[in-house]
Write a new protein. Structure first.
Length: 319
């Protein structure tokens, strides 16, 4: 007796960084890769007609005109906690569900934020370069720096990551305040506005969730308010900081230091930072650990399973 072939749902991986997920998906799904179709029309006229779900890296922009031409699409499953590349209101209006891996890597991102902060504030990265270059002599170690005890840190955005950063900073006897556009009950005082937070801080840590309304929220005015002895740390998204203003302020000495894991263009051009002083830079790695990645992948797989079985989604993007 012949068996009826199993019909697998069609899904698409949106970005090459998601390629390691393909073997985990192929048992249950027909997997397509968007980057295999440089001609978008070829994708839409081919597998795009069958695709029911997109597995997505949330910071990458998903064009609405692409989504609107996929007649069977019903789910965008972001492996990341962030989903700023997805127009969620538009998706809701067009019947598309959006999920993400909320909170799963918050502790890891906070750890990295503290690593960046300590490296810049105490000159750890500069000290490493000095030793390797033979510039440590018996007469010259490196200029003394302030410790963290009693310093003031302002946190922009008190979500999962911001709260985790605040708790870690308290262990260093740092005074914590925060600002976000919406008040909430918190263990730390909320500043009147972002400018006031920057003005009253030695260190400003960007943890806010990016959206269309807060692009370049850390602008020249905020940077100048933080001042020539201040440190800016960004572990959120590069779009939240006016990078041109940041580079100019560092070169002019109007800002003391910057420690960045995210950039307006990624990968960021190395030439951009070649002559920018007092910086510590890492390649958008804060949330990617051997602990958090499997948890985020597993949650994405569970959201896919639930969607195709008609069950409530495990982690839909909140309204």
């Amino acid at each position: 007796m012949s068996q009826t072939p199993v019909v697998k749902p069609h899904i698409v991986l949106s970005h090459e960084m998601l390629l390691p997920m393909q073997p985990l998906l192929e048992g249950a799904y027909e997997v397509h890769r968007l980057w295999d179709y440089p001609d978008r029309l070829a994708f839409l006229e081919g597998p795009g007609k069958q695709v029911q779900a997109i597995v997505h890296a949330g910071e990458m922009v998903l064009p609405r005109d692409l989504l609107s031409e996929m007649p069977r699409l019903g789910l965008i499953a972001c492996v990341s906690a962030g989903y700023d590349g997805v127009d969620v209101p538009w998706c809701r209006a067009h019947g598309l569900a959006v999920t993400h891996s909320v909170g799963l890597n918050a502790g890891d991102v906070a750890d990295h934020a503290l690593g960046l902060l300590l490296s810049a504030w105490r000159g750890i990265a500069e000290g490493d370069r000095r030793v390797r270059a033979g510039r440590w002599t018996s007469m010259d170690r490196m200029g003394a720096r302030h410790g963290l005890r009693g310093r003031k840190a302002g946190i922009i955005g008190l979500g999962h990551i911001g709260e985790a950063v605040a708790r870690r900073l308290e262990a260093f006897d740092v005074k914590v305040a925060w600002w976000g556009p919406r008040p909430k009950e918190a263990a730390w005082p909320r500043a009147e506005n972002l400018l006031a937070l920057a003005r009253d801080s030695d260190i400003l840590v960007v943890c806010a969730r990016p959206d269309a309304a807060n692009r370049h929220m850390v602008n020249a005015g905020v940077i100048d308010a933080l001042g020539p002895h201040g440190l800016l740390v960004n572990v959120s998204r590069g779009s939240l900081v006016d990078e041109e203003a940041l580079v100019a302020a560092l070169k002019d000495g109007r800002l003391g230091m910057a420690a960045l894991d995210v950039f307006e263009q990624e990968p960021t051009p190395p030439a951009r930072w070649a002559d920018v002083p007092h910086t510590v830079l890492t390649p958008h790695m804060a949330g990617a650990t051997l602990d958090s990645i499997p948890a985020m992948v597993n949650l994405t797989l569970e959201n896919l399973r639930r969607y195709f079985h008609g069950e409530p989604l495990a982690s839909p993007v909140a309204a």
